[in-house]
Design a protein around this ligand. Sequence first.
Ligand code: NDP
Length: 327
Amino acid sequence: MFNALVVEKDEESGKTSAAVKEISDADLPEGNVTVAVEYSTVNYKDGLCIGPGGGLVRTYPHVPGIDFAGTVEASEDDRYSPGDKVVLTGWRVGEVHWGGYAQKARVNADWLVPLPKGLDTRQAMAVGTAGFTAMLAVMALEDHGIKDGPVLVTGAAGGVGSVATAILANLGHEVAGVTGRPETADYLKSLGATQIVAREEINETTKRPLEAETWGGCVDAVGGEMLARALGQIKYGGSVAAVGLAGGAGLPATVIPFLLRGVNLLGIDSVMQPYDNRLRAWERIAKDLPMDKLEAMIQPATLGDLPGLGKDILKGQVKGRVVVDVN
Ligand code: NDP
């Protein structure tokens, strides 16, 4: 028997509830690799899946946790052997499939990557899906050319934003972090942000499709008005990597920045990312994300803390990266 955070749904009321329970190997779903999970994390999507599901969870009882790192316990796949350290992000694990909020997980070998050299399992989950996605966003900006001037990071004190800030600063870019929490200014500066932009400054609707060319690029975790506004402030030929929707799924923008300034809007998906690019992103994380900065982002947690943390992240109240020690 081992511990897992199990979400159950009351069929009559439709309400879900999450609690730590003992389950056994026989309860685990089908898969060809069984992993002794060491660490998981809390991402925005986890908040949805710990709670009412947001349409992501199909069947109950459910074990959430969209990412985990641990040690292979048993494998029917030639690529992995007992004792191998592995990481999983994406593939709808923790949503459609059972995830990492348990001391064991059984998954498809195709979904795993070997633990990147230079990281331990705790650091890999301090990065987690949020940090992995931040790296994908930075890589996409680089592929299209980051222009001179500060790179704007929205939702800066959140998971994606914190890691994006630290990586961009370490790569030598000036970083302007947008936050709705002024009290996180010192934290963001410690990660390398040189400018703090108040959320209200950039969250207001403007009728002007083009404003002063201000930012050399943008990693946007927020969407909605903020993304629309950022598009009109990007320098000629610059790009915005659209990662998230913490502020809304709408995009009340015009096409003018694309047509008159050649601005690129780059979509970032971490879930179905091909294997080779996953390896490339993890290698870049190990090289370009300073581990002391990663350490400063960590908020430690246990399985029992997850119901509360799930609510917090949906309210935008989690700072940096939560690392869940499932044991
Ligand atoms: P977090 O909650 O850690 O960070 C989101 C941040 O956005 C908050 O900390 C807050 O930052 C800001 N924010 C929250 N609500 C609002 C609002 N109403 N208006 C403006 N800003 C707001 O989440 P993650 O970093 O884990 O994820 C960020 C987004 O990226 C989510 O939408 C998530 O679903 C998405 N995502 C997408 C992935 C992909 O594959 N495309 C993968 C991973 C995440 P502050 O307090 O600094 O203002």
